[in-house]
Ligand binder design. Sequence first.
Ligand code: NAD
Length: 512
Amino acid sequence: MNKPLPNNALTDNLRKAEQHLARFKKSVVPHRIAGENVVGQEAFENFDPSDNSVLCKISSGTEKEIDQAARAAEAAFKVWKDVPGEKRRALLHKIADKIEARAEEIALVESTDSGQAIRYMAKAALRGAENFRFYADKAPEASDGLSLPTETHLNYTIRQPIGPVGVITPWNTPFMLSTWKIAPALAAGCTIVHKPAEWSPLSAVILSEIMSEVFEGAGLPKGIVNLVHGFGESAGKALTEHPAIKAIAFVGESITGSHIMSQGSRTLKRVHFELGGKNPVVVFDDADYDRALDAVLFMIYSLNGQRCTSSSRALVQRSIYDRLTADLKARVEKIKVGHPLDPDTELGPLIHARHADKVLSYAEHAKKDGAQIATGGIRALDGKGNFVCPTLFTRATNEMRIAQEEIFGPVLTVIPFEDEADAIRIANDVRYGLAAYIWTGNVGRAHRVAQSVEAGMVWVNSENVRHLPTPFGGVKASGIGRDGGDYAFEIYMEQKNIAIGLDKHRAPKIGV
Ligand code: NAD
């Protein structure tokens, strides 16, 4: 694969990105605590995945900055929790307006910082605005409860915000995922300490600026949203252990979820986890073949395969296995690997040199375990970036490491199955259970398999299309709790029951 020659659109995007990135390069990127820029004692280098040059330096949070941020969020909570829902609605819509106004900047910065192709990042920035609009409109009803009358009492329930929340996000599509957590928390009346991933921290800075402008412009306390950068084992750990933080909304690896659970146990943290996946796409021989082929490719090779809902295991009925794997190989070899800011690029560099090494190490596991590397498994392009060729493993079985472990890159493992029962058995034979995809022309089969597969979300004859009111989350090692709709309020709010005694009720007398 040759390095693509610079084209006009790429040159133009590089120039615009450079303008937006210039301020990050000037000095150490600060935390933002109670509306103030805070540069800590420690800093770390943030790399450009397309050539591994140092993009900028980022303040590295410690217990001290986490404590300042948590205390600021605690103080601001006393005010924000009582701001009427209609006002919260208007403020969150303002945040969405400002995200839309800066969508191009967010996309360019995010694409450079994370290596994700610009063709996808433009949409991801706008999805961030949509998340705020959706939860803006939910804010006025966030505290609504139920009325449950009995003969002796009128019971009614209300929902109240839980308090300051720690939001810990991963490096894949960081802007969209951060808004996905922060918007419902704010709509509920919670205040925030956000710890973004150390490998892609820049779009969080823009989000924090936008939110601060809106809250400060409305004369509200400066600590409603706080941003502390840093590593998981220091800043992240301190956040999960802080007594002022009442819940942790976390997106990341399953093993990190286990660490957070034990770190938060002393302060009895409520946790909400969106974790890893090894999602099956099951293709039966009665499926619409061409549509299934497009969807299988899209759901693993778009977004660099660095997406939690990517279908990284294709389970293909034996009768169409050879045809489908041949067609997959032909298409995979045409995927355009290139600079993330080139609009023609379909696959950008992976997030970090260490991650690229990890992804490539699976080619060795594939060989050792007896699978076939149909294509890929090697670096792509010359130079210093984290480019890898899109990879296809065939002749695989579900026991192999390539079928059991989350690789989180542009790597698809294709496994044959015999019949419906075999497909369900293989689909469920992993520790994860986030999403599943089923391709079949048989309606009854679609329902049967959808109901039997162990996953929080199933798409039938469709790739992942997100509808915000629906529940999003995983089972088994893929998560705890659901986002989306009102489901997100279950993390950020407490239910309170209030029982009003009616005249018919008298306590039994004692001590007379
Ligand atoms: P990660 O678990 O390594 O890191 C995620 C975040 O946790 C980072 O901000 C990191 O600094 C922090 N962290 C790490 N150790 C910590 C600790 N001990 N205490 C507190 N915080 C800590 O995950 P990643 O590699 O950044 O992201 C990729 C993972 O995220 C994949 O497994 C992917 O499937 C998952 N993911 C899941 C979903 C979903 O909806 N289920 C969505 C996106 C990503």
